[in-house]
Design a protein around this ligand. Structure first.
Ligand code: ZN
Length: 263
């Protein structure tokens, strides 16, 4: 299954997107795995059900820390991934490490049931995606919450904790898998820049909105590569180590494909 990250806008986040509005530098040094220990929707839940769950998780964070969602990203039993706090902001998840670490939380209680195959699949893909996007230095989990220094918790649950080495091995295998798109497909694509229109523009904008939920969301309605698209493309290029010129030419297409873009 292809990785899909739903933005805060998609699920209707209501509260602040970083603890006390503090910024955290990218890439993060560590990623810790958590569980919410809450009742979660089933693996076959609809998007609407997962969105309702996100808002419930956010309310818990708001009540406990006053800063909305505590985790960087949430993985539902369905395998859908949701943006938590902004990726370059401080969360409230792993005591003493919130400014240097990010947290991925599996929604559910994994002391009582194992994570779903969709969740494990999404988690491995997310580790690689975050690494390639400059969110964290290594495409692997530093451990479960309970492994963090001075932590005193059962999180992420006994039925998840033992799977961490295998999750990290899966991410390592994904990282070395060559991208499936042929160079022919890339070289036949036109360079896109401000003013461009057409289905490839919409495909690019949709991909950026989905894969980079922390950036400003591009308004798809004008059906045009406008100034907002230039801005988001430039930021994506900067974070991906490309020349940040706001135009998508062969080098940018190659990188987009490597990061999972499929027109
Ligand atoms: Zn935890």
């Amino acid at each position: 299954m292809a990785l899909t990250i739903h933005s805060r806008q998609t699920w209707g986040a209501r509260y602040a997107s970083a603890y006390r509005n503090r910024n955290a530098s990218l890439p993060a040094r560590e990623v810790w795995l958590h569980h919410t220990a809450m009742r979660a929707p089933a693996a076959n839940a609809s998007l609407e059900q997962d969105i309702a769950a996100m808002r419930a998780i956010e309310q818990v964070g708001q009540d406990r820390f006053g800063s909305g969602i505590s985790y960087s990203l949430i993985v539902m039993p369905s395998g859908r991934v949701f943006e938590g706090h902004r990726i370059d902001g401080v969360g409230a998840h792993t005591g003493g490490r919130n400014s240097i670490a990010r947290a991925i939380s599996l929604h559910g209680n994994y002391d009582v049931a194992p994570p779903t195959p969709q969740q494990l699949d999404a988690l491995a893909q997310l580790l690689v995606h975050g690494h390639r996007s400059g969110w964290w230095a290594s495409p692997s989990l530093a451990g479960g919450h309970r492994d963090a220094p001075k932590a005193s918790t059962a999180c992420p649950g006994k039925l998840t904790h033992g799977l961490i080495p295998e999750i990290n091995r899966r991410a390592a295998r994904l990282l070395t898998t060559p991208p499936s798109t042929s160079s022919q497909a890339v070289s036949s694509r036109p360079t896109l820049q401000e003013g461009a229109t057409g289905p490839l523009v919409t495909a690019l904008q949709t991909w950026l909105n989905r894969m980079y939920p922390s950036y400003s969301q591009i308004d798809l309605r004008p059906k045009r590569y406008g100034p907002q698209t230039v801005e988001v493309v430039t930021e994506w290029q900067r974070r991906s180590g490309l020349t940040p010129d706001g135009r998508v030419g062969p080098a940018s297409w190659r990188e987009a494909d490597r990061q999972g873009f499929r027109p």
